[in-house]
Write a protein that binds this ligand. Sequence first.
Ligand code: HEM
Length: 100
Amino acid sequence: MTGRQSALGRQMYPRTPDMTLSFHTVAVDGELFAIIENGVRLTGMPAFGDGSTESARGSWALVHFIRHLPKLTAEELSEMEQLNPKTPEEWKHSKRKRAS
Ligand code: HEM
């Protein structure tokens, strides 16, 4: 498992897939799109689509993002980590780092 595990994803059964693995090349882009729009029945995977053009655009952007994950560079990963929500502990730590 190379990806970061979220508290929610870690507890799921069936297991959530690791999007950083290249096994996703087995699915065609349209399948990934349908999974994101409609969810996966009998799993914790919700439907993110609402049938609108706007949600379709967002889902295609996610398909491209997922395709890119196996080739993610260390710089891209650290850039993404900066965008993650911070816990109160992490906020305190980053404020202390900026002050020094
Ligand atoms: C190839 C199959 C799958 C694809 C392409 C896929 C794709 C995605 C995407 C793009 C998101 C949104 C991520 C975000 O906004 O941060 C997501 C969220 C999620 N997926 Fe999947 N997923 C798949 C299968 C599954 C399965 C099998 C499960 C459960 C066993 C699952 C559980 C979840 C959960 C719990 C979330 C978070 C929902 C939330 O934040 O409210 N996914 N998935």
